[in-house]
Design a protein around this ligand. Structure first.
Ligand SMILES: Cc1cc2nc3c(=O)[nH]c(=O)nc-3n(C[C@H](O)[C@H](O)[C@H](O)COP(=O)(O)O)c2cc1C
Length: 203
């Protein structure tokens, strides 16, 4: 253990992943893919963000998951951003499969809507819906891979869409966002503040 000048700071043991030692803020999305038998598979992902400011989306997934092999086989996936009141969907979608590896039975209870450009479904009641074609898979982050897709269609609930002359704070108060606080907590974000952008900043 390193000695730090500040006694409140301690170094962490890297023999194990560090991420369960503290909380970090992440999004939480539901990635849907098509199983070999034609059924929809849905799985929650929190290591999931836009890839750049362009229309790309990526998430981290282990090759052991059906989500990975389904995308490898079909070349497409969809993303639903659930609302805070849909937190149980994000939990249940991570339920184990039956012993024979067939689809998660609980998914039969999910209300879904069809995607338009790719073969896939969305979870009804979400607020952002992305249709993605596989762009690149980068393997090798230990047992995990980065799956990236090009967004070929996107849909949003009107109550989540920013309107130029409307108050963003009011929009988020009326349509709060779901945040995942890894490892085992979540938050509903309704109270927000404008970011203090530096004058003259360019992206
Ligand atoms: C809240 C939550 C977040 C998760 N985030 C991820 C993630 O970012 N990447 C990942 O590979 N698995 C993640 N998982 C685990 C998978 O979603 C879970 O193992 C799922 O059942 C895999 O399903 P599949 O085999 O149908 O792909 C998460 C699980 C939960 C409950």
């Amino acid at each position: 253990m390193n000695e730090h000048a500040d006694p409140h700071i301690t170094s962490l043991d890297l023999r194990n992943p560090i991420w369960e030692r503290f909380f970090t803020v992440a999004p939480l999305v539901l990635v849907a893919t098509r199983e070999p038998d034609g059924q929809a598979d849905i799985a929650p992902k929190h290591l999931a963000i836009p890839m750049s400011w362009e229309n790309y989306f990526g998430f981290v997934c282990t090759p052991r998951h059906a989500t990975y092999t389904n995308i490898q086989r079909t070349g497409v996936f969809t993303v639903t951003y659930p609302r805070p009141e849909q937190i149980l969907y994000a939990s249940l979608a991570a339920s184990p499969r039956c012993g024979d590896g067939s689809a998660k039975p609980v998914l039969a209870a999910f209300e879904t809507t069809p995607a338009e450009r790719v073969d896939g479904v969305f979870v009804a009641g979400g607020y952002i819906f992305l249709e993605c074609e596989l762009f690149k898979i980068v393997d090798g982050f230990g047992d995990n891979s980065l799956i990236t897709g090009r967004i070929v269609a996107a849909h949003a609930h009107r109550d989540a869409l920013r309107v130029s002359d409307a108050d963003d704070a009011e929009l988020l108060r009326k349509s709060p966002l779901l945040a995942y606080l890894y490892p085992e907590r979540f938050a509903t974000i309704a109270d927000t503040n404008a970011f203090p952008m530096p004058a003259g900043m360019q992206r």
